[in-house]
Ligand binder design. Sequence first.
Ligand SMILES: Nc1ncnc2c1ncn2[C@@H]1O[C@H](COP(=O)(O)OP(=O)(O)OP(=O)(O)O)[C@@H](O)[C@H]1O
Ligand SMILES: [Mg+2]
Length: 399
Amino acid sequence: MINMSDAIAKPTSLDSEKTVDVRSLLEEIEALKVQNEELRSKLMDVTLENNSYLQTIQKFQEQLEHLRQPPLFIASVIEVNDDFVVLRQHGNNQEVLAYKPGDVEIEAGSRVAVNSNLSIVRVLSKPVDPRARVMELIEAPDIDYDMIGGLDDQIREVVETVELPLKEPELFESIGISPPSGVLLHGPPGTGKTLIAKAVAHRTKATFLRLSGTELVQKYIGEGARLVREVFQLARDNAPCIVFIDEIDAVASMRSYDGSTGSAEVNRTMVQLLAELDGFESRGNVKIMAATNRIDLLDQAILRPGRFDRVIEIPLPDEKGREEIFKIHTRKMKLEGVNFKKLAKMTEGLSGADIKAISMEAGMFALRNRETRVTMEYFEKAYEKLIESEAEEQHRMFV
Ligand SMILES: Nc1ncnc2c1ncn2[C@@H]1O[C@H](COP(=O)(O)OP(=O)(O)OP(=O)(O)O)[C@@H](O)[C@H]1O
Ligand SMILES: [Mg+2]
C-alpha cells in the first residue's frame, strides 16, 4: 500500500529556490513595466518637443522663402478687358498691361499685388478709406426747410451763402462778386444748427460731408490733422461738395493751448484746418459750413475774414418761433384743444430741442393713458416734467 503522504511531494529546498526565482522575476517584470511606461511617457514628451521644433523650423523656412522672393508691388486696376487689365503702379504711376488671372474677380478700382514680372499675384482687399470713418456722407436726409421753425432769416442767409453759389454760380459771376466761402452757425444747444445743415444737404445735389469736431479729437487721436487733409481732398475730388464741420469748437478752441500732448494734437488739427480753409481760396465748388454752441471759445484765427465769411447766429426761438416749432413737431399727432399760443408763451427760454422733447413726452403721456388724442393737459404735464428734470440737472451740477 502506498502511503499517500509520501506521494505528495514534499517541497524540497530546490523547489523553494525556484519559487523565489519566479517571484523575483515577476517583480523584475513589474519594475520593467513601470520603467517602460516611464520611458514611453518621456518619449511622448520628447516627440512633442520635437514637433514644436519642427514647426519652428517650418516657420523659419517659410519666412526664408518669403525673404527670398522678390518683393511684390501694389497697383490699382484702371480698366478691365476680356483677358487683360490695365494697371497703374503705385509709386511710379506707370501704367502697364497685365494678364488677367482667370480665377479671381477683378474690377476697375481693385488693388492688386504684382510681382516683378508684373503679373497679378493676388487681389488685395479694398482699402478701408480712413476718411470714411470720420465723416458721414449724408445723402439727402429727410429734413427740409419747412421742418425748421422760426429761423427764416437765418435759413435765407444760409441758402444765399451755400446753396446758391453751388446751384447758380453764374449769378455771382455776372454781378462780379466772388461767392462767400464758408458759413459758421453758432448759438445755444438744440436750436437747429445741425438741422439746418441737414436741410441744406437735402436740398442740394452736392455731395455733403459731415465731420464731427468732437469725434475728430476724441476718437482719432493722432490722426486729426491727416484726416482733415484727407476730408478736404475728398471734398475736392467730389465737388460740388459741402463740408460740414459740426461742433467745430472741439478742434478750434483757444483753450486748447495748454502745452499738453492732447492740446498739441488738437492744435495740429486746427492748424491743418486753417490751412485747408485758406487753401480753399479757389475752392469754387466746395463750400464749408461749420456749427458751434461755444463761439466764445473759438480761436479768433478761425474767425478771420476769408475763412468763414458769414457768421450766422442761431438764437433761441422767440414766441412766434416756438409756436412754429410746436406745430412742426406735432404735425403728425392727433391733437385736441391744444393751445399753441399758450404753449409758446409758457416755454420762454426753451430751445427747439426742448420743444420737440415736450411734444414727444405729451404724446407718451397720452399713450400711457390709452388716449386716442393728445390734449393740452398732457402738454402741460410734459412741460412740467422737462422743467423739473432740468432743475434736477442744475442741482446735480452744483452739488
Ligand atoms: N428751429 C427748430 N425747428 C424745429 N425743430 C428744431 C429746431 N431746433 C431744434 N429742433 C429739434 O431739436 C433737435 C436738435 O436740434 P439740432 O441738432 O439741430 O441742435 P443744434 O443746434 O445742432 O444743437 P447742438 O449745439 O447741441 O449741436 C432737432 O433734431 C430738431 O428736432
Ligand atoms: Mg448740433
